[in-house]
Write a protein that binds this ligand. Structure first.
Ligand code: ADP
Ligand code: MG
Length: 327
């Protein structure tokens, strides 16, 4: 099963940024409101994520590192309506199989914390008491140390950290109510305070996307037939030559999806300058039963049960919003 975990790691853990993504998703699923990320040497030396979420009971630490042990769904019915970011139960075991991992946690009902030490093998020993506030820390050292072929594929420290920053920004945009801190080689590179209103959210967006985007965008919030679309769309004057400011979230999960891109592009068609790309930070909320997030191990692709309906809703809502501001 160590081999199976390593094979799964090939799908889930492509590079340090994928570890960061999975650990951040777990921290959010645990209800954290504060998340700290410490990176050393682009993540190849160390990735440590500390949260103040619900924590893991001592007796479940080993389970969290074993394959397909998810605490998030109990039945196929649950899978039909996943609300959590995780549900496959393979991230932690995959990461543990290709690194030296320490999982430390104090459950909200526990008197003290516990740590479990992994060495890239299957056996984890038994948990040892450790000083830990309520919440969880995952410390991932020496990523791919036991899979030299994969380690060789890592790019420079700067490139890998760039991917990590992208990942943190993308996830930070999905949850304005959570604070994030990112440090690289002991130096702070990002500090985002939790926000509970629109201006707080816009402060964060300005920090991540630049203030020009916030100034030259339109805020919308529209709901119909159980679908809600809200967020910021760049005015045509802010369209870009690169498609690098396009953030789309479905029920708080960042996704890249052809159907969504198509609908957005169509809506912008009349107002878009030739060869330029729309910029947006948009959130679609709908009944989880209408979305299948289990289309791919990285969960970045989704399938909509009512694709046509979603496409038309996006197109019409955006087109209307843009038509209103068309000169
Ligand atoms: P999944 O997220 O798909 O359930 P993971 O392998 O990512 O699978 O995590 C396994 C389990 O470990 C989770 O279901 C959860 O119970 C627990 N867990 C992982 N990270 C955290 C965390 N930061 N806080 C609380 N529990 C966690
Ligand atoms: Mg997970």
């Amino acid at each position: 099963s160590h081999l199976i975990n390593q094979i799964a790691a090939g799908e889930v853990v492509e590079r340090p940024a994928s570890v960061v993504k999975e650990l951040l998703e777990n921290a959010l699923d645990a209800g954290s409101t504060r998340i700290e990320i410490d990176i050393e040497q682009g993540g190849s030396k160390r990735i440590r994520i500390r949260d103040n979420g619900s924590g893991i009971p001592c007796e479940e630490l080993a389970l969290a590192l074993s394959r397909h042990a998810t605490s998030k769904i109990a039945s196929l019915d649950d899978l039909e309506q996943v609300r959590s970011l995780g549900f496959r139960g393979e991230a932690l075991p995959s990461i543990a199989s290709v690194s030296r991992l320490v999982l430390s946690s104090r459950h909200q009902t526990a008197e003290n914390g516990w740590s479990l030490f992994g060495d890239g093998q299957d056996a984890f020993g038994s948990p040892e008491p450790s000083a830990h506030a309520i919440g969880t820390s995952v410390d991932v050292a020496d990523l791919f140390f036991n899979t030299p072929a994969r380690r060789k594929f890592l790019k420079t420290e700067k490139t890998e950290f760039g991917h990590i920053e992208d990942t943190v920004r993308r996830i930070a945009l999905s949850r304005f109510d959570v604070s994030f801190e990112l440090n690289h080689n002991q130096k702070n590179t990002l500090r985002l305070r939790a926000a509970d209103d629109r201006s707080g959210a816009e402060r964060r967006i300005a920090e991540i996307c630049g203030s020009a985007f916030v100034e030259q965008s339109l805020y919308l919030d529209y709901e119909a037939a159980g679908l809600r679309l809200w967020g910021w769309v760049g005015l045509p004057t802010f369209s870009r030559s690169q498609a690098d400011l396009q953030y789309f979230y479905v029920n708080s999960r960042h996704v890249r999806d052809r159907l969504i891109s198509h609908a957005v592009k169509q809506a912008y068609q009349d107002v878009m300058y030739h060869g330029r790309h729309p910029a947006f930070v948009l959130f679609l909320e709908l009944n989880p039963q209408l979305v299948d997030a289990n289309a791919h191990p990285t969960k970045q692709e989704v399938r909509f049960r009512e694709g046509r309906l979603v496409h038309d809703f996006l197109f019409r809502t955006l087109h209307q919003a843009l038509a209103d501001i068309r000169p």
